[in-house]
Design a protein around this ligand. Structure first.
Ligand SMILES: Cc1ncc(COP(=O)(O)O)c(C=O)c1O
Length: 472
């Protein structure tokens, strides 16, 4: 049975007592509950003995006993004889995943509804499909027409690319996971940003590699010295970065840092993987940044999940041919290829990709400005940064209560991912990632739910909710 040590749990609980008027045992229970709901304490994990956690947190054992007691009473802990206490969810039957978000306004996702052009592109794809039906349909590397379209787009953006350098994947998440398990071994280190996209942490962690964080802030961007030192001192086998536009901060990396970082990584034998899922969603600047591999050796990940629609599960990897071949050999342990119809659909959409991106940028500009104005009015003390691209604002809420606030927001019908979801060790309690790709009406409803949640924080302990929130 998996277990979590008192030391690790204490680090996940950092700041648990701050800014809450609830009694200590209840604040502790609330925070552990959120860790379970967010999947950071996986279900079935044995949590530390009361005595050990009390020592780590420097509180009395009675506090931990009462906190665990509250979690047991609300169904978040099971006592198993001889095995201590184990994390669980309070439902008798598991909640079907498709019902998890029913009835909630879901701002946990940085996503937008589909672009209208999908319908017509899908019809054309269906008409093209018969030409492929005589083949086996198992396609571990991608249809030549789509690989060529993706390569052409990189070339047009200033990075000459051959179709042999492209592998089509089932979304960017698949690409991250495939690269992680191909490039990383248990004894390796992997460089990551902090904060970062949580499902990338999960994919990298699965390899057993040690994650080495480098800080990114809305004000200063990347900690340049920290990034250089991390590469030089830990020689990571892989670095997973988002140079444009970093999720969640929305920052873009300077050209100088790109060059310097790739030079250092190359010298240390580190493969830098740039997740450019958001790179073409530049809101302000007319010119979109060059792909990272234009500055030095780097593997690129792309996707239409954020530009076209999350329901079109197509992404890709751009790398040297040898690595593409290696990935193709490794891929079959996890899946046997990308659906043909969706690839044809995306090939057709690439013919009008510039106008799709223009539409998206206009929508995002309007959404960004609308959200900033609404938050500015409702929360004059919060710091809402100006974001030049991407889909999210990494808002500083001033107090270390992000987890509490998202729990309270759930009670108001709004799903949001708390700041610590984007960190490695429970940090970022002062931050909230708020997406701005939603309609004015949805944004208004979200901001008023947040206002009610914020006001309720001073009124004491929060009610239980029991579901797992996905974050994209
Ligand atoms: C930075 C980043 N990378 C990858 C993904 C996953 O992309 P896809 O939907 O293409 O799997 C997301 C989705 O939220 C993301 O934000």
């Amino acid at each position: 049975m998996a277990s979590i040590s008192a030391r690790v749990l204490a680090s996940l609980l950092r700041g648990w007592r701050e800014s809450t008027s609830a009694p200590a045992y209840s604040a502790l229970a609330d925070r552990i509950r959120l860790l379970i709901l967010d999947g950071r304490i996986p279900l079935g994990t044995r949590i530390p003995a009361e005595r050990d956690l009390a020592a780590q947190l420097q509180v009395s054992r009675t506090t931990v006993t009462a906190g665990y007691g509250e979690l047991r009473a609300s169904g978040f802990l099971d006592s198993i004889r001889g095995s201590g206490s184990v994390a669980r969810l309070p439902t008798r039957a598991p909640i079907p995943i498709e019902n998890v978000h029913a009835g909630y306004l879901d701002f946990s996702k940085a996503a937008m509804p589909a672009i209208p052009a999908i319908g017509e592109a899908a019809q054309r794809a269906a008409a093209e499909l018969p030409a492929y039906l005589g083949e086996s349909g198992f396609d571990p590397i991608g249809l030549p027409v789509l690989r060529a379209a993706i390569a052409n787009r990189y070339t047009a953006r200033g990075l000459p690319t051959e179709p042999e350098q492209i592998m089509v994947t089932i979304g960017a998440q698949h690409a991250i996971a495939l690269l992680a398990r191909t490039l990383l071994a248990r004894s390796d280190s992997a460089l990551v940003e902090s904060p970062s996209y949580p499902h990338a942490y999960e994919a990298l962690r699965l390899t057993g590699a040690r994650l080495v964080p480098v800080s990114v802030t809305t004000e200063d961007g990347w900690d340049e010295a920290g990034l250089e030192q991390a590469i030089q001192r830990t020689s990571p086998a892989m670095g997973y970065l988002m140079p444009d536009f970093h999720n969640p901060t929305g920052r873009s990396m300077s050209s100088e840092l790109r060059e310097r970082m790739l030079g250092l990584a190359n010298a240390q034998g580190t493969t830098i993987v740039a997740d450019e899922t958001m790179a073409e969603l530049a809101i302000d600047a007319g010119d979109v940044p060059l792909p990272l591999a234009a500055y030095g050796p780097a593997v690129l990940i792309g996707s239409v999940g954020k530009t076209v629609w999350g329901g079109v599960r197509i992404g890709w990897i751009r790398a040297e041919r040898q690595l593409i071949q290696k990935l193709a050999r490794a891929r079959s342990a996890g899946d046997l290829g990308t659906p043909a119809l969706e690839q044809l659909l995306v090939k057709n959409l690439f013919e009008q990709y510039d106008s799709i991106l223009e539409t998206r940028r206009n929508q995002l500009r309007e959404g960004r400005d609308y959200l900033a104005a609404a938050l500015g009015e409702a929360f004059p003390d919060w710091h809402v940064p100006h974001v030049a691209g991407g889909l999210t604002a990494w808002v500083n809420i001033g107090e270390p209560v992000s987890s509490q606030l998202t729990l309270a927001a759930r009670n108001e019908g709004l799903l949001l991912a708390a700041g610590p979801r984007f960190g490695l060790d429970g940090a970022f309690e002062r931050f909230l990632r708020i997406p701005f790709g939603y309609s004015r009406d949805e944004t208004d409803r979200a901001v008023s739910a947040l206002s009610a949640a914020w006001a309720s924080l001073s009124r004491g302990p929060l009610l239980d909710q029991n579901f797992l929130a996905e974050v994209v």
